[in-house]
Ligand binder design. Sequence first.
Ligand code: KIV
Ligand code: ZN
Length: 522
Amino acid sequence: MADKVIIFDTTLRDGEQSPGISLDVSEKLEIAEELARLGVDYIEAGFPIASQGDFEGVQAIAGSVKGPVICGLSRTARSDIDRAWEAIEPAEKTRIHVFIATSPTHMEHKLRMTPEQVRREAGAAVAHARQYTADVEFSPEDASRSDFDFMCQVLQEAVDNGATTLNIPDTVGFAVPSEFAERIRRIRQKVSGDYTISAHCHNDLGLAVANSLAAVSAGARQVECTVNGIGERAGNAALEEIVMALDTRADYFGEGLTTSINTEELARASRIVSRLTGYPVQYNKAVVGRNAFAHESGIHQHGVLSERTTYEIMDPSVVGQGESKIVLGKHSGRHAFADTLEKMGIPIHGEALNAAFARFKELADRKVQLTEADLEAIVAEEIGGEFEHAYELSAVEAHGGTALSPNATVALRRNGEVLEAHASGDGMIDAACTAIKELTGMNGRLTDYNVTSVTGGVDALADVTLQYTSEDGLKVSGRGLSTDVVEASARAFLNAINKVARLRASGEDPDAIRRPGSLRGL
Ligand code: KIV
Ligand code: ZN
């Protein structure tokens, strides 16, 4: 038996049948070009009889995409087959895929045909398609709910009339792996002739890839699949998952069992299909999801930073996903935090690192994910971490709104003691700053105030920078970060006040103080 597993891509046919997807000719061409770069063996480019748009899409692909065999889908009606041929004829290599349902429910309620009519129709259609091309695939639709013996009679009829591939569709995703494998095995025993057996699995029970792989183990040498697993209802078997399972578990499936897929193109193909279909790729999607090689928990990060294979079974670069990603979030450890800063060109150590890490954990608890820009801001805020702070913010609680006069309660820690004050103001930020003034006895003026968000999105960090002039004329700046703008402002204000306290204690020149916001000199 051949060792190569033929990859029959049906993204542009079954995938395009997904609710809400409608690709125009140029979009289909763009995907088909990418499928050719990916190295699929077959592109099922569409169902030419279905619409003029489908016909034109298939014809355009047949006329320009080189490499894969171009296939058109067709029912058994002669006019369908003729139309399919007309569309694929310009291609270098062609296939016609003919299907008719063989399950009792489909024959009775949809086709309104007797089993004998279906059998004869299948044979005649395949014979008609063979007049056009030597490569004809036949599918008994809803195979997994068809009577086994009857289905085999139809398959035999198809082979006797010239079908070269017998595709077994689990049309409604009803099969389970061991049962589907058994069906494939028994078909191979029962249906005689020279044909390739293929699996076409839908994902209604989330088993499309498992069923496809079980079919391969049972002798199938073609799998029908789609990029990102798009397709009718819950979708088709995902191409990238099948390919990488065969590759990664070659020890199980057989070292010689190969596909022609250029795996480095998988991520790009996924992105292109997602962009053009408007179907997003779930973050945790196997192989091509953006989190497929991302690590957030401290234990995993430590493992991956020491040796990637501790928590990865595939190399991300092999599927076009670049490098493993260390995502900093509330589960991350110091090791990953320091490593990320190091890679960003911010090598901090000792107390400054401790202070930045503590602040990072505090913020990570409130924010889903911290970006590099967030980290840069955190480190910049903690730039004074190597100095003793006179005051530390312990808590801030502010109230405001259209009906309430703005007020805030602030708690500061000084020498282990917690001091608390309540104040009102023009707004909640003003109220918080007034409470801080009261607690610290500082009575200077805010001369400049600026708030920006570090990254976009509703959970972005507010980054407040301000200028403060003390009663005795010291001019300092302050910076504060938080997911809450009042807290960020209170932190920035306190940051400035701590500098004044330090200047007064040391008699330093304020210009000698490192400026918050600059990473130079860390
Ligand atoms: O799911 C199915 O049965 C199909 C056939 C046309 C092969 O897509
Ligand atoms: Zn299908």
